[in-house]
Design a protein around this ligand. Structure first.
Ligand code: NAP
Length: 268
């Protein structure tokens, strides 16, 4: 377990989107934010996840704010920010760890992506950052840090990642435009581009276990990233240590992104 300074985020209020279970990247970052002294509120998607998330979140205390939110529904988003306004009157941190694409779009050829799958993937995984940032900004009266989760498939072709890579490219570009728009309010917007982590969403990608092995063999650090390490990076981006960092995509992938060729060519 990585040590996080208790007081790094003391007095900060954070809102977390994307906890499904204890393996969720959102849960790893939320725990790190909490350990660093932040007070947190959470959302979950739909009744199916309620009990699970309720149980996890109760470890932060009985009166932790927990609300349903389907990020494709403006009325849900408005209700969440109204509740945060009512309970805390302000907000400093927002974590966007939400993504979805229909399973069939993550299996076959990208060229076969349907209009519907394209729309859904972009609505849930990219547009939602814009909608959440717009809801958060009026509450971030003391400045703020918005962190979104991305993946290398935004930048390079990763077989099977397909439309999700295109949606992550939109997410990363949105991060830059939001950073520009919100910078004058001292609100920073950044992405963490994580190496593969074994979560519910990741298991929807065909060949995901092979992907984990591939990183282990070819990343400069010869291993996969740990959830705690994503928590530590999330805490850094939320903290004043990152006060001059905005609009960036920070790779937390054991160095995989720097590789141009993953195997040394054999000498003739
Ligand atoms: P996860 O635990 O399955 O989290 C994904 C979350 O998105 C779930 O809570 C899911 O809820 C939620 N979600 C989906 N559609 C939603 C909607 N319409 N409204 C609200 N929430 C919705 O998987 P994860 O791997 O931690 O994913 C978190 C983020 O990290 C995602 O953006 C993902 O792309 C990114 N990421 C993951 C990896 C990896 O290898 N795991 C690597 C790089 C980046 P449901 O379960 O109800 O759908």
């Amino acid at each position: 377990m990585l040590a996080v300074t208790m007081s790094l985020l003391a007095g900060k209020i954070g809102l977390v989107f994307g906890v499904a279970n204890k393996r969720s990247i959102a849960w790893a970052i939320a725990q790190a934010w909490h350990k660093a002294g932040a007070t947190l509120a959470f959302t979950y998607q739909g009744e199916r996840l309620k009990e699970n998330v309720e149980e996890l979140v109760s470890t932060f205390g009985p009166d932790t704010l927990l609300l349903p939110c389907d990020v494709t529904k403006d009325e849900d988003i408005n209700t969440v920010f109204a509740a945060v306004q009512q309970k805390f009157g302000k907000l400093h941190l927002l974590l966007h760890a939400v993504a979805f694409a229909p399973k069939e779009a993550l299996e076959g050829r990208f060229v076969n992506t349907t209009r519907d799958a394209f729309k859904i993937a972009h609505d849930v995984s990219a547009y939602s950052l814009v909608a959440l940032a717009r809801g958060a900004a009026p509450l971030m009266t003391e400045g703020g840090s918005i962190v979104a989760m991305s993946y290398y498939g935004a930048e390079k072709v990763i077989p099977h990642y397909n439309v999700m890579g295109v949606a992550k490219a939109a997410l990363e570009a949105s991060t830059r435009y939001l950073a520009y728009d919100l910078g004058a309010q001292k609100i920073r917007v950044n992405c963490i581009s994580a190496g593969p982590v074994n979560t519910l969403a990741a298991r929807g990608i065909a060949g995901f276990s092979a992907m984990l092995k591939h990183y282990e063999q070819h990343a400069p650090l010869k291993r996969n990233v740990l959830p705690d390490e994503l928590g530590a990076t999330g805490t850094f981006l939320a903290s004043d240590g990152a006060a001059a960092i905005t609009g960036q995509v920070l790779y937390v992938d054991c160095g995989y992104q720097v590789m141009g060729m993953t195997e040394a060519p054999k000498a003739a």
